[in-house]
Design a protein around this ligand. Structure first.
Ligand SMILES: O=C(O)CCC(=O)C(=O)O
Ligand SMILES: [Fe+2]
Length: 234
């Protein structure tokens, strides 16, 4: 279906109802609401990939319908990167290669505190859930320290349709969420330091998709006992 409204538009970041929050300390990040048009809800819902396992998987166009493919194209466009980078103090973010990963569901292992790996310059998260239970579980938190999921830098982000968060990867870009199991739709874009890193990460992601398909049940059981303030590297 042809959209009359652009799926993504950097000008939306400046709209008053986006309540855009730009923070520079302790690390640069931005949070904005309502970044997806109401008119695209049904298409994006229908076209979202149906993975059999939990977690993030490398984006492959063949897994997605046309509106999700168009959204990924918009998210990875140099124009959008430039607009986001400018707000984070990153010069010409659009010059870096992008890696897109998509998540449809989680198990309780996910969301442990981490910074993201050094191969990333910045990471964006766009959420697409129609509804969210009245709980903090699964809500993204930017954190002041590696050892507490409760030391928040800004209000946590409910992963609802159109919620958007992006941050500059630094040695203290701590983030995570409380354990959650079930459907949780997210598109993640990482701007990477090099093409070699992209190749390496894509290969690893494909392997892990295969692995999760085989061992998803074990992964789920293992994750169920995760501690609240748990940490992971990378
Ligand atoms: O899904 C989220 O909200 C965050 C995911 C994340 O931090 C990651 O995959 O590195
Ligand atoms: Fe992360």
């Amino acid at each position: 279906m042809i959209q009359s409204t652009a799926l993504l538009d950097p000008a939306r970041l400046d709209r008053p109802d986006s309540n855009t929050l730009v923070v520079r300390e302790p690390f640069p990040f931005m949070v904005a609401h309502g970044q997806l048009p109401e008119t695209a809800r049904a298409d994006l819902d229908r076209d979202f990939p149906r993975y059999s396992g939990a977690g993030f998987f490398p984006y492959e166009p063949k897994d997605c319908g046309p509106s999700i493919r168009a959204l990924v194209d918009a998210l990875t466009s140099p124009g959008f990167a430039g607009a986001v980078g400018a707000r984070l103090g990153i010069d010409d973010l659009g010059r870096y290669p992008t890696l897109v990963t998509i998540c449809r569901s989680l198990n309780k292992r996910h969301g442990t505190i981490h910074t993201d790996s050094r191969s990333k310059i910045a990471t964006a998260l766009l959420y697409l859930n129609e509804r969210w239970p009245d709980t903090s579980d699964g809500c993204l938190r930017f954190l002041r320290r590696i050892d507490s999921i409760d030391d928040l830098v800004a209000p946590e982000i409910k992963p609802l349709y159109g919620e958007f968060a992006v941050f500059k990867r630094t040695d203290n870009s701590f983030h995570g969420h409380l354990p959650y199991e079930g459907e949780r739709r997210v598109i993640q874009v990482a701007w990477l330091t090099s093409e070699e890193e992209k190749l390496r990460k894509t290969r690893r992601g494909r392997f892990s998709r295969f692995f999760k398909k085989l061992l998803g049940g074990i992964d789920r059981k293992y994750g169920a006992g995760r501690e609240r303030d748990a940490v992971h590297m990378d």
